[in-house]
Design a binder for this molecule. Structure first.
Ligand SMILES: *[C@@H]1O[C@H](CO)[C@@H](O)[C@H](O)[C@H]1NC(C)=O
Ligand SMILES: *[C@@H]1O[C@H](CO)[C@@H](O)[C@H](O)[C@H]1NC(C)=O
Ligand SMILES: *[C@@H]1O[C@H](CO)[C@@H](O)[C@H](O)[C@H]1NC(C)=O
Ligand SMILES: *[C@@H]1O[C@H](CO)[C@@H](O)[C@H](O)[C@H]1NC(C)=O
Ligand SMILES: *[C@@H]1O[C@H](CO)[C@@H](O)[C@H](O)[C@H]1NC(C)=O
Ligand SMILES: [Cu+2]
Length: 308
């Protein structure tokens, strides 16, 4: 599956300063996390010169450069049991397709304990994101934002330092591998098992944080239902169980605040979900859409928007 982004603000190319080599060195690791208060294993990506943030293991570090810069991004896979690769969503990689990051299509997997460097020239401006391109691995947290400066929006609007990334995701309490097994699993693989599609998310995350009310559901009570013809059918039920990594806490994370200290605020919306669109709005405010998929557009003023 591949997902679209709508980016509220970003823009066209105007060459300015000379080229700089910008280096990042990242480590990828699986750790226990609790994005919505329900502890489970997640994948974190963090600066090699630093440690991971247990309170917000993802989104990963912001990659920021300007049009014309060269980016070098070293990735070391410290996961014990999974290979990986990183795709830079929305970048064209013209004459440079070996840096596109699709595992087993463009490159060999980055196996556990291996390192791989991605190098490319920044030929776009605006808001983008990177994510794992190994199976559906990014659904476990391997995502992060990228900003390429020098766009027209910087010049045409006066948002000052009020420049924020907002990454939206749906979240599950199962790993992507379990969800894929549930999608594809045969009927009666074990007594009572039925393939479940779609597998509903348990919560939604904004910049890696959300809230879950910690309820549990015992599917024995929902095992069947009477259909319109009066026949009893087996029901699909997603069991909601106690976490085994620790206690669930519905009030673990407080809301993030974005202080508005200018008359305008730039929000760089990224839909980093695995399978759903989002509707986004801000109470008592209109939103001006100034770009889509990093391409600037004539401004559109809306009370809410849908991001695919
Ligand atoms: C680690 O590297 C990043 C990216 O190069 C840099 O922004 C950050 O300041 C460095 N952090 C430390 C603690 O040196
Ligand atoms: C990146 O830019 C440098 C310097 O302009 C150039 O030598 C190199 O060929 C470019 N690489 C790609 C893949 O376009
Ligand atoms: C689930 O509910 C059924 C019927 O109410 C009960 O027999 C069973 O023990 C329950 N299972 C769990 C794990 O609570
Ligand atoms: C949003 O725009 C509509 C249409 O121009 C306008 O009627 C409404 O008052 C605006 N709302 C706010 C909160 O500014
Ligand atoms: C920025 O302003 C210039 C001059 O008014 C205009 O030509 C251009 O289309 C604007 N670009 C954006 C992205 O708003
Ligand atoms: Cu992508």
């Amino acid at each position: 599956m591949e997902f679209l982004i709508l980016i509220i603000i970003s823009a066209a190319a105007i060459l300015s300063s000379e080229s700089t080599l910008i280096k990042y060195d990242f480590i990828i690791k699986t750790i226990p996390g609790n994005p919505d208060g329900y502890p489970r294993g997640v994948i974190t990506i963090y600066n090699a010169n630093d440690t991971w943030n247990p309170n917000r293991p993802f989104p990963g570090p912001l990659i920021r450069a300007s049009l014309g810069d060269t980016l070098q991004r070293r990735i070391t896979n410290h996961m014990k049991e999974q290979s990986t690769s990183i795709h830079f969503h929305g970048l064209h990689m013209l004459n440079n397709l070996w840096m596109d990051g699709t595992e087993l299509v463009i490159q060999c997997p980055i196996h556990p304990s291996e390192t791989f460097s991605y190098t490319f020239n920044v030929t776009h401006t605006g808001t983008f994101w990177y994510h794992s391109h190994q199976g559906q691995q990014y659904a476990d947290g391997l995502i992060g934002p990228m900003i390429f400066d020098d766009d027209e929006i910087e010049k045409n609007y006066s948002y000052g330092m009020s420049d924020h990334v907002i990454m939206l995701q749906e979240w599950y309490h199962e790993s992507w591998a379990d969800i894929m097994t549930a999608y594809q699993g045969p009927y009666d693989a074990f007594p009572g098992s039925i393939p479940v599609y779609p597998w509903p998310p348990t919560s939604f995350l904004i910049n890696g944080h959300g809230q879950f009310d910690c309820r549990t559901i015992n599917c024995t009570e929902y095992s069947s239902f009477l259909n319109a013809c009066g026949h009893r059918e087996r029901a699909q039920c997603i069991p909601l169980r106690e976490p085994f990594f620790g206690l669930c806490n519905p009030h673990l994370h407080v809301e993030d605040e974005f202080l508005c200290d200018a008359s305008q605020m730039r929000l760089r919306l990224i839909n980093a979900a695995s399978g759903i669109p989002f509707r986004f709005w801000i109470e008592e405010h209109n939103i001006t859409i100034v770009a889509r998929d990093s391409v600037p557009i004539l401004p559109i003023i809306v009370p809410r928007l849908t991001i695919q």
